[in-house]
Design a protein around this ligand. Structure first.
Ligand code: ASP
Length: 406
């Protein structure tokens, strides 16, 4: 059983290792359902990132915008978000609009037929009658995965079935957040985008400060700070980072079982060759320097207090959480090109990232959120097989720009 939902029918499929499940969510080399971050290969991440870059450029001009807007006017998306969301919901809605897709929403099951006892599985099947994709966030772990199996079963009997996109499933996974995080890192570590690294027009200058620094995600050192065990975004991203060579990750979290890196995840990361260290503050010394000075990227998370049990509340009183909050002094000691990410929302009362950091060049979190819109549009373009058309149009468009007078 999953929550009050009965998953018996899917139990044997759910029990398989993720790598065995992945082909179930593809048609050929194209993703059909997006359920786990491990569905993304490095090549696919590159392809989607490139299309996202092209969409963001095309969307700036009237003809480019018109072209994008005419790609999917015959498709409709249902945004079924029964758990709170601001950025994921709005950026998916904006992504649909960029590609000309109409979208509709159900955010509160109390105003749908679920209030009359309808099973969420029936709701999903009904949505599939009216829409061409379901983008869903649910508090019930594994529900999105089961919905993808339901759609596959319908496909097998030639009945109507549509893609399922997991926009955050309980404590499990948040694959499209991991996608936008990787896209943000791809851009940051190119050291060439004016927006993302205007201060690094001269990469060589930066390299003279940090010998050995190279372009790209490989070889970088990451810090993940805060609520690691309950933070589905951190867990989804760190698994994607295992796709890149020579990655070091410091987990900076209270050593409490509710918050610290879970052992099974640690084992998985180590078995994939990642260099993993757990530390108890930004100041902990590693090779003679504090951790904060080693990082190329710091992924901050909020402590998810809404999930605290009564005993957590009690035991957390003993923890000095200020060690897991940034301040100006810490940021000023970070590497000059380092990127501070946060999936947001940040917790204003807790203060893991005080607003005084926002004006620092290393604060990437607003750009990161905006990247979510472009990369989700690129993902929809991939799912609906219009990414090739975008690439062709972009090639013609940039060629015309070059020969255009003036
Ligand atoms: N927005 C993120 C999520 O949906 C992170 C958070 O809520 O703290 O998981």
């Amino acid at each position: 059983m999953g929550g009050e939902l009965n998953f018996d029918e899917y139990e044997s499929r759910l029990a398989r290792p993720v790598r065995v499940k992945v082909p179930d969510f593809q048609v050929g080399d194209r993703l059909r359902h997006i359920i786990f971050s491990s569905q993304f290969t490095p090549q696919l991440l590159e392809r989607i990132g490139r299309v996202a870059d092209r969409i963001r450029l095309l969307a700036k001009s009237v003809p480019g915008h018109r072209f994008l807007n005419n790609l999917l006017p015959h498709k409709r998306a249902m945004l079924y978000f029964t758990q709170p969301s601001t950025r994921t919901f709005l950026s998916f809605a904006a992504a649909c609009q960029i590609l000309g897709m109409a979208c509709n929403e159900v955010r509160d099951p109390a105003v749908s037929s679920e209030a009359k006892g309808e099973s969420p599985f029936d709701s999903i099947r009904m949505f599939s009658s009216y829409f061409d994709a379901i983008i869903m966030r649910s508090a019930i772990p594994r529900f999105a995965e089961c919905c993808a199996y339901m759609m596959n079963d319908l496909a097998r009997t030639q009945r109507r079935n549509i893609p399922i996109i997991n926009a955050g499933a309980g404590a499990d996974e948040h694959p499209t957040q991991a996608l936008l995080d990787i896209y943000t890192l791809q851009r940051a570590f190119k050291f060439e985008s004016v927006r993302d690294s205007s201060k690094w027009k001269h990469f060589d200058e930066l390299r003279s400060l940090y010998p050995g620094l190279r372009q790209g995600i490989a070889g970088k050192t990451f810090g993940f700070c805060g609520d690691i065990r309950r933070g589905r975004t951190a867990r989804s991203l760190v698994q994607l980072l295992t796709l890149y060579e020579d990655i070091t990750v410091y987990f900076i979290a209270p050593q409490h079982p509710t918050l610290a890196l879970p052992n099974d995840l640690k084992e998985r990361l180590l078995s994939r060759g990642m260099n993993v260290r757990e530390v108890s503050s930004f100041e902990e010394q590693v090779d003679g320097r504090p951790v904060i000075e080693h990082l190329d990227c710091l992924y901050m998370t909020r402590i998810q207090r809404e999930h605290n049990s009564a005993s957590d509340e009690n035991e957390f009183k003993e923890i000095d959480f200020s060690r897991f909050c940034l301040n100006k002094d810490l940021v000023s000691r970070m590497r000059r090109h380092a990127a501070i990410l946060h999936p947001f929302p940040r917790d204003a009362a807790f203060g893991e990232i005080p607003t005084e950091i926002d004006s620092d060049d290393r604060a990437y979190y607003f750009r990161q959120a905006r990247n979510g819109m472009w990369v989700r549009a690129a993902l929809l373009a991939h799912v609906f097989d219009v990414d090739g058309a975008i690439n062709d149009y972009y090639d013609d468009y940039t060629r015309d720009m070059q020969i255009a007078p003036g």
